[in-house]
Design a binder for this molecule. Structure first.
Ligand code: PLP
Length: 384
């Protein structure tokens, strides 16, 4: 099997599971308990937080452990929007993940927020001039993802942060796909996310278990919590902490390869794969920005073919991929991301996303490219 669906989820790194195991077995203490067992759990939790803080270059107290990307996006966006008294205006784009889109829909419906949706071009790029015009004195938050999960297009976060801070509003970024492939040190001058106010990370895209995650929320910014209770996580997220998953997440992050050389290595593999596909399959069209993109995402449309049949044909040839977002997979609706990019619904329904990991090899990719050409030939023979 050649697994090229790493944007949907990644296998758990063995070291992460090993590190988590004691905290699920003998070391079962509640980190809020004051006896020895509890104190040891608390120490493990805080050590995991410090290691992640070191990776993100931020104070440990700026991190909230969550159940993943969806919760992190909900917490950052709703939490900052409701606690911030500047106004009820938020700016985003329709290419965001459902976790962002649905949170904004909730804020609009239930709390009377007004959302300005920035246009994106055919490749999923926003226009910074349009952002500049959209920012207002009552804008509370701009939420734009670092790298898109379906088409890979990145947003120019540095400029977005600069423009937004100039009017006194906050910036949240969903870095669920980007973390591990981009330098996400929020406290380091010169990184693309330097100075961002909130940033979401999901563990299962990084070799940690599903249901693990962490969200950065800068300093003592007021956050209205989603979960009310015992006041854990600095009052930002009540509930007994999942020590094992926090330890697993920190260990998975510690196991990541050095980000810049790895991004260059994976990008080169991706580009070679893209050129193999485009040169061998006339119907193939690359989606997203051809250069400003996620190192590990290559997504195509195959106009005139049946996308679902193509996925099945690939699976029969041992190549595991998806049509786009795992959340939308299995539904007949075309991808909202491709529709936002102005791609016709019929064409959008033919999309196939290949997403690489740190362990993907050149050999696997050339086998996958050959399998794709073969699958396309077979599907073309069948007609649509
Ligand atoms: N944001 C993006 C960009 C994603 O790709 C995903 C998951 O695919 C999420 C948020 C949701 O993360 P989780 O599955 O951890 O809830």
């Amino acid at each position: 099997m050649i697994y090229l669906d790493n944007a949907a989820t990644t296998p758990v790194v063995p070291a992460a599971l090993e590190a988590a195991w004691p905290w699920l077995t003998a070391e079962f203490g509640n980190p809020s308990s004051t006896h020895e067992l509890g104190l040891r759990a608390k120490t493990a939790l805080e050590s995991a937080r410090s290691r992640i803080a070191n990776w993100l270059d931020c104070p440990a107290s700026d991190l909230v452990f969550t159940s993943g990307g969806t919760e992190g996006d909900n917490l950052a966006i709703t939490g900052l929007a409701l606690a911030n008294l500047r106004g009820k205006h938020i700016i985003s784009a329709k290419t965001e993940h459902e976790a962002v889109l649905e949170t904004l829909d909730y804020l609009e419906r239930v709390h009377g927020f007004e959302i300005t949706w920035l246009n994106v071009d055919h490749q999923g790029n926003i226009d910074l001039a349009e952002l500049g015009k959209a920012l207002r004195s009552d804008t509370t938050l701009v939420t734009l993802m670092l790298a898109n999960n379906e088409i890979g297009t990145t947003h120019p976060l540095s400029q977005i942060i600069q423009a937004t801070h100039a009017v006194g509003a906050l910036v949240h970024t969903d870095a669920v796909q980007a973390a591990g492939c981009f330098d996400v040190r929020v406290g380091k001058n010169g990184t693309v996310v330097a100075g961002v106010d909130a940033l979401t990370i999901s563990g299962h895209k990084l070799g940690a278990p599903k249901g693990s995650g962490v969200t950065y929320i800068r300093g003592r910014l007021a956050v209205e919590p989603l979960l009310h209770g015992g006041g854990q996580e600095f009052g930002r997220r009540s509930g007994t902490e999942n020590v094992a998953w926090a330890v697993a997440l920190a260990t998975a992050i510690d196991s990541l390869p050095e980000v810049l050389s790895e991004a260059a290595r994976v990008s080169a593999l991706r580009d070679e794969f893209i050129s193999q596909v485009l040169s061998s399959i006339p119907q193939a069209q690359l989606t997203g920005n051809p250069t400003d993109r996620h190192p590990g995402i290559a997504s195509f449309t195959f106009a005139g073919l049946n996308g679902e049949t193509l996925l099945l044909e690939l699976e029969q040839r041992g190549v595991i991929v998806s049509s786009g977002s795992a959340c939308a997979a299995g539904s007949d609706d075309p991808s909202h991301v491709l529709i936002a990019c102005g791609i016709e619904a019929e064409v959008a329904q033919t999309s196939v996303r290949f997403s690489l990991s740190h362990s993907t090899t050149a050999e696997e990719l050339s086998t996958a490219a050959a399998a794709l050409a073969d699958a396309v030939a077979s599907v073309s023979g069948l007609g649509t």
